[in-house]
Design a binder for this molecule. Sequence first.
Ligand SMILES: [Cu+2]
Length: 170
Amino acid sequence: MTNRTHTIRHHAILVLAVTTALACASRETPESIDLEVSQVFVTEPVTGERAAMYFSVTNNGDVDDELLAVSTMAAEVAEIHRTEQEGGTMKMVPVDALPVPAGGRVDLAPGGYHVMLLELTQNLFPNDRFDVTLRFRHAGEVVARARVIRHEDVEELVGSAAQRNPQDSR
Ligand SMILES: [Cu+2]
């Protein structure tokens, strides 16, 4: 029994060593990964249950990246959505990953991509601020500060997807 315990512990140390080696390897090229998240706005919830979040991601590095997930203490669930026109009606489609090409910039805005905060854990009022964690495939976790804004200010502060990304407005 003693021998078995010893073997398991030895194995655990080996796994830890491999994990550390991988972590170091991925930091070997820090100059090529440079993501900036800015202008993080959340519109005040209408129903009290959900709110839309918009922001910009600028990829100053030379590695194509992808936003994989978003999390925050303010909501139980955060989903990446894309708004699509279908037969005159707008519908929201969940997206697994949002590409952020090297040297490019992605703007989330009404009518296009957004992050839907569902099952809010707190009331959100204009000018409230809270942290959001964005997880990228290569850049890893990026923490940004979100600010709650009034609905009537969305146009001014965020604009619309058609204005921000005229090339892919449909
Ligand atoms: Cu949505």
